[in-house]
Design a protein around this ligand. Structure first.
Ligand code: CDP
Length: 231
């Protein structure tokens, strides 16, 4: 019997979920899946097709295109990093822009668009040995995940972290734009009807304000080890 488990990491934007999920996956030799990148890729598609903008959203057109939209993850041979692909092409470089960030939560609120994403997530987790981060991983996607974490931190700190990341990646953006986007997305993700951001009842809640990434990694890992030795 495989002793692999599923680790779900949910929480608000920029709490360190993806960094820590990647670290855990590496340490355990597990696969890391960034479920947010899938919603971002879908949003990038909708922007390109002009189905969505600040002022309009033709959700039916996007829903109708779903059978022809193929989203998956492939390893970049140069960087060894897994990148999200939209219809066979890496869109990793485009999906962190503010234009995508400002519209992604609108797209992610539509049940008919979430369903196909969750189907892919189920497939990716079918062999276990997965660390997946997002908003609904412990509540909806893998409610039976062996280990669930919920990360949170103050909006200002999260905005500071995300602002630095984006500036380092050469995005032309202001701190206030990042902060406003984080606040707006939190609100949209928490208040939506379909798979809202919630703390699962069996989730371990961790505040990441005053903790370094190394400390956070060790803290999370301390919950993993006993589970693996039990199996
Ligand atoms: O990196 P960050 O935490 O800012 O966001 P992300 O993980 O890239 O997710 C972008 C957006 O996708 C979120 O604000 C949610 O609206 C949506 N999302 C979701 O609804 N469900 C998920 N499992 C993951 C992301």
């Amino acid at each position: 019997m495989s002793n692999k488990i599923i680790i779900a990491i949910d929480g608000t934007s920029s709490t360190g979920k993806s960094t820590i999920a990647k670290r855990l996956a590496k340490r355990l030799n597990y696969v890391y899946i960034d479920s947010g990148a899938m919603y971002r890729a879908l949003t990038f598609y909708a922007i390109q097709k002009e189905y969505i903008s600040k002022t309009h959203f033709e959700s039916n057109k996007l829903i109708n295109d779903i059978p022809n939209i193929y989203i998956d993850f492939k390893q970049n041979k140069e960087t060894n990093k897994f990148e999200v692909h939209l219809n066979g092409v890496s869109v990793e470089k485009h999906i962190r822009s503010l234009s995508v960030s400002n519209l992604v939560s609108k797209i992610a609120s539509i049940g008919k668009l979430r369903k196909p994403m969750v189907k892919i997530q189920h497939f990716l987790g079918s062999n276990k040995g997965v660390v997946m981060d997002g908003r609904d991983i412990g509540t909806v996607v893998f409610p039976n995940a062996e280990l669930k974490f919920y990360l949170d931190a103050s909006s200002e700190l999260r905005a500071k972290r995300r602002f630095k990341e984006l500036v380092d990646a050469n995005h032309d953006i202001s701190y206030n734009e990042v902060l406003n986007n984080i606040i707006l997305r939190d609100k949209q993700d928490i208040s939506r009807k379909n798979s809202p951001l919630r703390v699962a009842s069996d989730s371990i809640v961790i505040k990441t304000d005053d903790i370094s990434l190394d400390q956070l990694e060790n803290k999370l890992f301390s919950y993993v080890t006993p589970l693996l030795s039990k199996k």
